[in-house]
Design a protein around this ligand. Sequence first.
Ligand code: IDP
Ligand code: MG
Length: 155
Amino acid sequence: MSCERTLILVKPDGVQRKLIGTIVSRIENKGLNLIAMKMLNVTAELSKQHYAEHVEKPFYSDLEEFITSAPVVAMVVEGPEAVSVMRTLIGATNGRAAAPGTIRGDYGSSRQMNMIHGSDSVESAAREINIYFQADEICSFNVALGSWLCAADEL
Ligand code: IDP
Ligand code: MG
């Protein structure tokens, strides 16, 4: 098992709906480690970089309009298998299909306005973290409670 990093965004709808604290709590309650965080406005250029795989898709112009419409909160989250653990916690893309208990399943019912982004692979995470954060903005630290969150042979 490996300690991974993943890029998480609270999207504009999550910020507007005052869900930043709720989403951060869900991540912290899971035992994952928040090691970088900032609020920013996504520009059209940044959106095209982040969503490069979607730029040619029919929904891209709506997605760009949405993601640039209000600030986002960007985070780097670290922990054992953090990429897949966060994708499970986030739930399916479409909030109407997302399972209860997931963030998208519990707080939304839209395909586009689904409150949170999480990287879909370790490779995507490395690319996306690099887009949103400088190396010196990442504050990896020794978690004092770490031995109560995960057994040594799971790390
Ligand atoms: P993901 O966020 O679950 O990884 P992706 O397929 O990578 O989903 O899509 C990126 C984002 O684009 C979604 O989170 C959602 O906000 C938006 N999106 C995805 N598919 C559609 C669509 O068919 N119409 C409109 N927006 C979409
Ligand atoms: Mg995706």
